[in-house]
Design a protein around this ligand. Structure first.
Ligand SMILES: Nc1ncnc2c1ncn2[C@@H]1O[C@H](COP(=O)(O)OP(=O)(O)OP(=O)(O)O)[C@@H](O)[C@H]1O
Ligand SMILES: [Mg+2]
Length: 1071
């Protein structure tokens, strides 16, 4: 396809505070148009990408006196102005030439999309600068015969519903998206306000933002999951000799929802997955971009699935049609976001392949009017003239096997479509023909229209107030509440006396709270019992005097900061500006979660981020559970690597999950984070329907209820067996603790893992593999036996079963289910075989484990009918009382219980190795002693060598070298012995100067080398270097003690007074 490619820019933001605190590593590099990304965890080199623009906004900048970030030194930093010059100016030029343009920002949550598009404070983004410049150019226009008409609209797409952000009253289910043969897809009844200056646009944007903020606190939407689309239509009407011509341009400026893929993981298995549209638009956008990229590279047959989502419908022109399009991909610089950032870069790389065909939209106004009129006539005929099209259509439809009812429904929809089109055309006609109010009149009307309370400019700098915090920084500091003298009441609009500050949404009570102003003091107290308010993370129980920067959470969603410009004394520990994250962290801390940044691994950091994100959602779902009386309670749980099935050694880290508990019977479910997010989304939807007065909500079928889940076996806990011993041909036999996800002990199981023959017979007692690599290429069999278990909690007596998976086996091995016994005897065993041991198998033995997951049966019954009479709120309070959250404290990110398990198994293995070596040494000593006792004539040295070798023979390479060393010792001994010396004549003192030394660790090889060179003898100095003085002394003492025991006699004098071996003493190395 010929045409112009989509222009793609990438931009990398600075580290945020959290990333700095954690010592985040930078993964992005830029050089000219090149952008590279490097995975800090891999040895692989960086991946390269090339884009039209690569913007470095990570460092080398400082704020000027107006607070605008400007480059320092090297000029590497790309400021907002620079980005505008490259991208925004192009948008503007296109608009003046009559092209449609689109600009959209893509990237993960918090990556800087809104910063580039809208900007923060003095650092205005592309959209405001473009609008500002547009009006500057308009105002500078000298051509008398040219006039300009600009309209502004702002909408939000969330959950596949379109909401007009400039309109307070949006219909239930959102605005309709319709298709028009001329302009493609459009939003019916979207408010398009005429604007005459940049100031007006700015005000409209504020209005739109305020409306998003309100919606997000009422739980209609979560900002980072919503797409915001600003549309500016820019018409230039030029008077010429042959009438008027209209040059028009539509500018679509799209701030997309955060692109996290992680949300869908875990939700895949959810039975209600289909119900959620969380990111339908975003994934549809991905598919559209892929299809268009394919098409542009020559594959004409690809169908572009625009119709799959609201967003792709609205962006059809921007992506594959008459538009000049720019995409800006926002990148996070931090290592923990590597996967997401790489995926953003790949997305951007695909987008740059798309080609568009933009044309100048310039037409004589007369012709436009004529065409519109003709089309209107046709439409009217369709409506009234016997329903020509619907009839034709219905014949075709009945051929397709549609029922009369379905045909009727479709006919109605078609009629509705035609009517909407008629209306839209009429509106355009009215404007063009000069019927109705003139452009100037419309502009004036729009200007006088009352908008959100016009802010008194300086009020917030003079008066104490509450200002809102939001997860999306763009929506923070948008709402202000000021206080009257005396009492200011806060509550729901249906309270008996209308409160001064009206809040709505979850857990807000009619009379929720009261703030009393007394001179310069402000005191906050609960408005009625049960009203949930938190100040600085702690529940508010009585009156409390507020201080500057206090964080106040009303209900579960309304988070504010108290600001008192007249009395700015606040705690010195507080940051300059309080943000959402700070406030959430504080709540998390109060709940017992660790939020410190120091010393966390990358996995733990990711888990921590997820906890901070998910905690407010869990509170929200709990609040809905209470309001809809669902008898369920939810809790964030951190599942340590040890508690995850087969997770050890697979680099899985702490996992954030959500536990749902049925308060009536204690049954629990553990949900993946993704599954919870999916359910939470459905819960929001359900709650919204309930607020909208939908009676069906209370009668929802359990299969459709996001709070319902079929009863399943519950994971009591896991026990891990490490397998190093198998690599050495040894068995492992132990009683292992079963720990639950919190690291609490829930019982134990008795397990035996042993190498065996093909038929499961145990191997010879003495079997020992000295070097695991000897196993390579050979078959290996081992038997896993589970004898019994001991479970602590009585509620699991309904049935207990153990499941485990070995290596990468697909199959999960299960024991039988044993009912009615908390000490079940399983007598389970199973033989596993590796037909030929590979390096991977050895790695598996070396650092992985078998996770035995112990499950308990749950039944869907209500134990105590009295509970049924209690409300969810009461039940949750009771639950809270019974299991205080302090249980969780200290288990978070603490030493993994698996580490203890691993150490234990290592210790066991070392012990066994040591025992074996000791036995062998003993046996060798015996042989030597026997040999010594022999009469000189009987001393057959070769025979001795053979027996010594035999002892060591089974023992792999290392022991073989040891035998060689020993040979040398013996050789040396033989040489030292003069012919004719009698056996009783050997010099015991000399003998005692020789001690056996075991060398493990790094120096093993080097010491052995020296020993080999010196005939198996090491100097005292060398030994001292390895063991230190003390160690050396204790070695000798040990030997002397043994010798004393054996001979029953006093000690020899080879030890000097201070216990250090004499200079002359030597050591024979047995490594
Ligand atoms: N180029 C930049 N220079 C300085 N600060 C930046 C830059 N880009 C982003 N930031 C800061 O990073 C934070 C997150 O940016 P932003 O709100 O734009 O993210 P986002 O991609 O819109 O996230 P969301 O998907 O949640 O809406 C903001 O506090 C913003 O000020
Ligand atoms: Mg944003």
């Amino acid at each position: 396809m010929s045409g112009e490619s989509v222009k793609v820019a990438v931009r990398v933001r600075p580290f945020n505070q959290r990333e700095k605190d954690r010592g985040a590593k930078l993964i992005i590099g830029m050089n000219g148009k090149q952008t590279t990304i490097k995975n800090p965890d891999s040895k692989e080199g960086p991946k390269n990408f090339a884009f039209d623009f690569s913007y470095w906004s990570h460092d080398e900048f400082e704020a000027d006196e107006e607070g605008i970030l400007q480059p320092t030194g090297s000029n590497k930093y790309s400021s907002q102005r620079l980005v505008f010059n490259d991208l925004g100016q192009g948008v503007l030029n296109n608009a003046f030439e009559g092209y449609n343009t689109s600009l959209f920002a893509y990237g993960q949550t918090g990556s800087g999309k809104s910063y580039s598009m809208v900007g923060y404070g003095p650092n205005k983004g592309i959209v405001p600068i473009t609008c500002d410049e547009m009006f500057k150019t308009i105002q500078g226009n000298q051509e008398q015969n040219k006039r300009f008409e600009v309209t502004f609209s702002m909408l939000e797409i969330y959950n596949e519903q379109v909401r007009d952000l400039l309109n307070k009253d949006n219909p239930k289910g959102g605005l309709q998206v319709r298709q028009n043969p001329k302009i493609g897809f459009y939003v019916q009844d979207l408010k398009k306000v005429p604007v005459g200056s940049y100031k007006e646009i700015e005000r409209r944007m504020e209005q739109g933002t305020a409306s998003r903020t309100v919606a997000s606190t009422q739980m209609n939407a979560t900002s980072s999951r919503a797409h915001t689309v600003v549309t500016i239509t820019f018409d230039q009407i030029i008077k010429g000799d042959s009438g008027e011509t209209k040059k028009s341009s539509v500018m679509n400026l799209v701030d997309l929802a955060g692109s996290e893929r992680a949300d869908s993981t875990g939700a895949t298995g959810d039975r209600l997955k289909e119900g959620a549209n969380i990111n339908k638009s975003l994934s549809a956008l991905g598919n559209v971009i892929s299809a268009l990229a394919d098409q542009s590279s020559g594959n004409k047959k690809v169908l572009v699935p625009y119709r799959d989502s609201v967003l792709t419908k609205l962006l059809q022109n921007a992506l594959g049609g008459n538009s000049k399009t720019i995409m800006i991909a926002a990148l996070s610089p931090a290592d923990i976001n590597y996967d997401e950032t790489l995926s953003t870069l790949r997305y951007a790389d695909r987008a740059k392949k798309i080609k568009n065909k933009a044309v100048v939209n310039e037409n004589p106004v007369d012709r436009l009017i004529r065409e519109l009129k003709e089309e209107n006539e046709k439409l009217k005929q369709m409506m009234t003239g016997g329903g020509q099209m619907p009839l034709e259509g219905s014949q075709a439809m009945s051929q397709e096997g549609l029922s009369a009812e379905e045909i009727d429904k479709m006919r109605k929809e078609m009629e509705e479509e035609i009517r909407a089109q008629l209306m839209a055309n009429q509106e355009m006609l009215a404007g063009a023909e000069g019927e109705g109010p003139s452009w100037e009149e419309k502009l004036a009307a729009a200007n006088t229209e009352s908008m959100t309370e016009a802010a008194v400019p300086d009020r917030k700098n003079k008066e104490a107030h509450l200002t809102n915090l939001n997860e999306d920084p763009l929506l923070a500091g948008v709402v202000f509440h000021y206080f009257k003298d005396g009492e200011t009441t806060i509550g729901r609009k249906d309270a008996d006396v209308k409160p001064d500050v009206i809040l709505s949404g979850l857990s807000i009570m009619k009379n929720h709270a009261v703030i009393t102003k007394n001179k310069a003091e402000y005191e906050l107290r609960p408005g009625m019992p049960g009203a949930k308010t938190k100040v600085n993370g702690a529940p508010l129980t009585g009156p409390l005097t507020l201080t500057h920067k206090d964080r106040v959470l009303f209900g579960s969603n309304h988070m504010y900061v108290f600001c008192n410009p007249t009395k700015k004394d606040s705690s010195a520990d507080l940051p300059d500006t309080i943000d959402w994250e700070f406030a959430q962290k504080e709540i998390a801390q109060a709940k017992g979660f660790d939020t410190g940044a120091a010393g966390l691994t990358k996995d733990q950091q990711i888990a921590q981020e997820q906890v901070l994100e998910i905690l407010p959602m869990v509170s929200e779902v709990n609040a809905v559970s209470e309001e809809l009386d669902k008898h369920r309670t939810f809790e964030v749980v951190l599942v340590s690597a040890a508690a995850q099935e087969g997770a050890l050694g697979t680099q899985k880290g702490t996992k954030v999950m959500v536990k749902m508990k049925n308060l009536l019977n204690g049954n629990t479910w553990l949900w993946e984070r993704g599954k919870f997010m999916n359910r939470r989304f459905l819960v929001q939807d359900l709650y919204q329907r309930w607020l909208d007065g939908d009676e069906d909500v209370q009668k929802i079928k359990k299969e459709e209820d996001p709070f319902w889940e079929p009863t399943e076996d519950v994971l009591i806990g896991n026990a891990n067996v490490f397998l190093q011993s198998l690599a050495y041909g040894l068995d492992f036999d132990d009683r292992l603790a079963i720990t639950d996800y919190k690291g609490q002990e829930e019982g134990s199981i008795s397990v035996h893992v042993a190498p065996c023959t093909q038929t499961g017979k145990p191997l010879d007692e003495d079997y020992f593999v000295d070097n695991p690599s000897e196993l390579l290429g050979k078959p290996y069999h081992f038997k896993v036996s589970i004898r019994s278990a001991e479970i602590k909690k009585a509620r699991f007596s309904k049935g207990i079963q153990i499941k485990y998976r070995v290596y990468t086996n697909e199959k999960i091995t299960e024991t039988k289910m044993i009912k009615g016994n908390l000490s079940p005897k399983f007598n389970h065993s199973e033989i596993f075989t590796f037909s030929s041991v590979t390096e991977d198998h050895l790695l598996f033995f070396d650092n992985q484990c078998i996770t035995f997951s112990v499950y308990g049966v749950q039944e869907d019954s209500v134990a105590d009918p009295k509970l049924n009479k209690m409300s969810t709120k009461e039940l949750r309070q009771m639950e809270h009382f019974q299991t205080p959250s302090t249980n969780r404290r200290g288990t978070v990110f603490s030493l993994d219980s698996s580490e203890t398990g691993q150490l234990k198994s290592e210790l066991m293995l070392l012990q066994k190795k040591f025992d074996r070596l000791e036995q062998k040494e003993k046996r060798m000593q015996e042989i030597c002693r026997e040999w010594e006792k022999k009469a000189e004539a009987e001393k057959d040295f070769d025979g001795l060598l053979r027996s010594v070798s035999a002892v060591a023979n089974s023992s792999g390479t290392k022991l073989r070298t040891r035998v060689q060393v020993l040979n040398r010792v013996l050789l040396g001994y033989r040489l030292m012995k003069k012919p004719g010396e009698s056996s009783g004549d050997s010099n015991p003192g000399k003998d005692d100067d020789t001690i056996s030394v075991y060398v493990f660790g790094d120096e093993e090889d080097s010491m052995q080398k020296v020993a080999t060179q010196n005939g198996g003898v090491l100097s005292h100095d060398l030994i001292k270097r390895h063991y230190g003085d003390k160690g050396c002394r204790s070695l000798l003492q040990q030997k002397n003690a043994v010798a004393a025991k054996q001979s029953g006699a006093g000690q020899k004098k080879s030890v000097s007074q201070n216990g250090v071996p004499n200079e002359g003493s030597k050591a024979c190395v047995i490594i």
